[in-house]
Design a protein around this ligand. Structure first.
Ligand SMILES: Cc1ncc(COP(=O)(O)O)c(C=O)c1O
Length: 382
């Protein structure tokens, strides 16, 4: 019998809920992916590049044209000047970038602080590096950082902190002032950061994403990760990037070249073309998704779910305490899928130690208007 290196990992709730949605014919608002396609021009560009023979290995660190587009974008968005050759690496998805960053830094016995609720790939990446996650809970109501808890969690073995803003699953944002406070807290310590910013362009109500790229002190120790999949509505392309100072990028690349070597070539060509031709795409994203959030929330207003409109991401948390307070959130999600035809994700799965009284499920609103209308109709009669 093989002894598992990841004994606590089973089938994830995302797979379970998506499968159940398919089996039951429920609307799938569980896993985070759009039910519409990415831009036509982007899809056409992939076909063009495949037919132009761009089908062999890309450079290990990514296509120069795409790295340059990424550098130009972060200069426009955050005023951050990064070197496309020494600081930008294209990866097969943000997930691979996170995995490689962890392997590059974390050694056996090291501790990595993660904020619960958190994305599910962090902990297995840390465990495979021989490290241990220390889970610090975000505020149960507004999902802000509890600075006292974070200070208490820091110790001599702390080697890394993983941030995620805009935050999955809550939609909460870390502010520029939070980043300053964090910089002060870890000043002079041998602690690195992963800043998971895959939802960087999904920030609403005129808010601005506070990127670690714009915080000099933090960036000097950080791997900043993003995902073209989220930004261009093509999650299945699994293409992302990581920006880090040259010394950190060099260490990350040592891992990346043996995990995957490089990202998919024609996708990188297409993304480079599209970013050059349509820089307005990222400017228009907040409005595009805010309209979906607002439509969905307006439609849900008469329901018995209670919620506050999210500040970012394409997820809306809803509280069901007025509907089935007797059910924990996993049972609620199963019941909603089977009995009411809407698949969701229970928030407890993002916690090491779930909050027993919390009654929250996560709904993905990266969906066509008709899907959102149909889902809201079902949710309003629960
Ligand atoms: C917070 C967070 N980080 C990383 C990822 C992974 O991104 P990718 O699909 O580019 O690997 C996701 C995808 O859901 C996510 O929600």
């Amino acid at each position: 019998m093989i002894t598992s290196k990841l004994p606590n990992v089973g089938t994830t709730i995302f797979t379970t809920m998506s499968q159940l949605a398919t089996e039951t014919g429920a609307l799938n608002l569980s896993q985070g992916f759009p039910d519409f396609d990415g831009p036509q021009g982007l899809r056409d560009a992939v076909v063009r590049h495949i037919n132009a023979g761009h089908n062999q290995y890309a450079p290990m660190i990514g296509l120069p044209a795409l790295r340059q587009q990424v550098a130009a974008k972060v200069l426009r968005q955050y005023g951050a000047s990064v070197n496309a050759d020494t600081e930008v690496t294209i990866t097969p998805g943000a997930t691979e970038a996170i995995f490689c960053a962890v392997q590059a830094v974390v050694r056996a016995g090291d501790e990595v602080i993660v904020f619960d609720p958190c994305y599910d790939s962090y902990e297995p990446s840390v465990e495979l590096a021989g490290g241990r996650c220390v889970h610090v809970q975000l505020d149960a109501k507004d999902f802000s950082i509890d600075w006292q808890k974070l200070t208490d969690a820091l110790g001599p073995r702390t080697r890394m902190i993983i941030l995620n803003s805009p935050h999955n699953p809550s939609g909460a944002l870390i502010s520029a002032a939070d980043l300053d406070q964090l910089a002060k807290l870890i000043e002079g310590r041998d602690i690195y950061l992963i800043s998971d910013e895959v939802y960087e362009h999904l920030v609403y109500d005129g808010g601005r994403h506070a990127s670690v790229l714009a915080n000099e002190a933090l960036y000097s120790k950080a791997f900043v990760v993003s995902s073209f999949g989220k930004t261009y509505h093509v999650t299945g392309w699994k293409t992302g990037y990581v920006i880090a100072p040259p010394a950190l990028s060099a260490e990350l690349r040592k891992v990346h070249q043996y995990v995957n070597f490089c990202g998919v070539t024609p996708l990188q060509w297409a993304l480079a073309d599209y970013m050059a031709a349509s820089p307005e795409h990222v400017e228009q994203l907040p409005g595009f998704y805010q309209a979906k959030r607002d439509l969905f929330c307006d439609l849900l207003a008469p329901s018995r779910f209670s919620f506050t409109r999210v500040a970012g991401t394409y997820f809306q948390l809803v509280d069901y305490s007025q509907i089935r307070p007797d059910l924990n959130d996993v049972d609620m999600a199963l019941w909603m899928t089977r009995e009411h035809g809407v698949a969701t994700i229970p928030v407890s799965v993002f916690y090491q130690t779930p909050i027993p009284e919390q009654r929250l499920v996560r709904l993905c609103f990266a969906k066509r208007e008709e899907t959102l209308r149909e889902a809201a109709k079902k949710l309003c009669v629960i």
